[in-house]
Design a protein around this ligand. Structure first.
Ligand code: 2IT
Length: 452
């Protein structure tokens, strides 16, 4: 009877969110995953009941949508749409990346901002959740076009952010170059040199290890997951998707710890390199990326011993560990079935929400180690938090110091997930663990601060 009531409560809650946010499938997907695990927890806590905590958390504190007009090299005028979702500031200033990609829309950014709230809470650092971006596509644009776009974007955004208010960073399509242009424009318009953005260059307040942090953190987390079944990275075969900043960090660290990465992917298909992607091949990934050409196929031009599979995903390759590091919904039920059939023991998400709900359920049912991105990729934003600290104390830490803190944070997140996610048979449901552990800190802060 009690279970029936809780199921009904979950269904009612999801129906309400759906009615209020129609045509936002990604946002609804992220909310569903949280609701299923967090509502039963809320029901078990007397002090949380009737406080409408989750109802408040699915409503952004503020959403800013703005016009971004800019002029290309030929003198033609373009109009893009800019967004900043200020989701939750209960535990700190809004914090989260900016994404420039043609697929950016309100639903995508709301899902990312919602997940960011839980992720940032898990880091234990004082950061609220936010996300922003634009449907602008940096692919194929000149440096000067990207600069003018970034300036136009920041001319509006700078009215709404600040080091104590909202601190954006990079995400897909926003790397060191874009952060530099965005920072320059913020400084010029606000006449203020501050830690308003993270992922900055080392010359103007950036942190060592920030570029590698997301990928390194994922592998540290994966190491922890494997240790629960007395396994280690060394000797394991890894299938990785994507070939951007996150995949690059993952591949570097897996190699360092003695694992072998055999795949990468782009929007055009995937590369299978049986000999392992290591050494100079990892450097070549950086070159491929900075060429502005988003094609994985170019890899076989330099390394013809590898194979390219057009229009396919790496999940058909036999591997011990899968690390999706490209984008949302890049791994569905069919992919999950193939991976498990091929003997997968662990999947550590590096992208945000790369597995859809059916795939996640399949991994959990089959008791494969599975960690959601909001737990395992939190090392990126955690190191952004460390960049904020360094900016505040006006000192720079060594890479050893930042890396040690990053590792400590990832071990801590793993522990928190286990704490709330361990089931009777010893299997850790990291989805449940991450959602509840992330929720608790935000909920406590919201309760303390009253209905605001
Ligand atoms: O998804 C993410 O956590 C990020 N894009 C990084 C956010 C940040 O503020 O460093």
């Amino acid at each position: 009877m009690e279970d029936y009531n809780i199921d009904q409560k979950i269904q009612d809650f999801i129906a309400q969110v759906e009615a209020k946010n129609p045509n936002e499938p990604e946002f609804l997907q992220a909310v569903k995953e949280v609701a299923i695990t967090v509502i039963p927890f809320i029901e078990s806590r007397k002090d949380y009941q009737g406080m409408k905590l989750l109802e408040r958390m699915v409503e952004a504190e503020r959403i800013i949508i703005f016009r971004v007009p800019w002029v290309d090299d030929k003198g033609e005028i373009h109009v893009n749409r800019g967004f900043r979702i200020q989701m939750n500031s209960a535990i700190g200033p809004y914090k989260g990346g900016i994404r420039f990609h043609p697929t950016v829309n309100l639903s995508v950014l709301k899902f990312l901002a919602f997940e960011q709230v839980f992720k940032n809470s898990l880091t234990t650092l004082p950061m609220g959740g936010g996300k922003g971006g634009s449907d602008f596509d940096p692919q194929g644009k000149s440096d000067m076009e990207v600069m003018r776009f970034c300036q136009a974007f920041m001319t509006e955004l700078c009215k709404h952010i600040g080091p104590e208010t909202d601190v954006p960073a990079g995400d897909i399509g926003v790397g060191a170059r874009e952060i530099g242009y965005l920072f320059g424009q913020y400084k010029k318009v606000r006449n203020e040199f501050s830690g308003v953005l993270t992922g900055k260059g080392l010359a103007y307040g950036g942190s060592l290890i920030r570029p590698e942090a997301t990928g390194y953190g994922v592998v540290y987390f994966c190491e922890q997951m494997l240790s629960t079944i007395n396994e280690k990275i060394e000797g394991k075969v890894f299938a990785v998707s994507g070939f951007g900043n996150v995949a690059w960090g993952v591949i570097k660290k897996v190699n360092e710890l003695g694992g072998k990465v055999v795949t990468i992917s782009g929007p055009d298909g995937f590369i299978y390199d049986e000999t392992g992607i290591s050494g100079e091949k990892v450097d070549y990934l950086l070159e491929l990326r900075s060429s502005g050409n988003n094609r994985a196929e170019d890899y076989i031009k330099k390394y013809p011993e590898a194979k390219f599979f057009a229009g396919r995903r790496p999940w058909e390759i036999k591997c011990d560990v899968a690390i999706p590091a490209a984008t949302q919904n890049e791994l569905d039920l069919e992919d999950a079935e193939k991976l498990v059939k091929n003997g997968l023991i662990c999947i550590t998400e590096a992208a945000n929400m790369p597995s859809n709900l059916d795939a996640i359920n399949y991994f959990l049912e089959n008791k494969v180690l599975f960690s959601p991105g909001k737990a395992s990729n939190a090392g990126g934003v955690a190191t952004s938090g460390l960049e904020m600290t360094q900016n505040s104390i006006r000192l720079n830490w060594t890479s050893e110091e930042v890396d040690a803190r990053l590792k400590e944070i990832m071990v801590g997140i793993h522990k928190a997930c286990r704490n709330y996610g361990k089931e009777e048979d010893g299997y850790v449901n990291y989805v449940k663990g991450a959602n509840i552990a992330g929720f608790v800190k935000v909920a406590e802060a919201m309760l303390a601060q009253g209905v605001v």
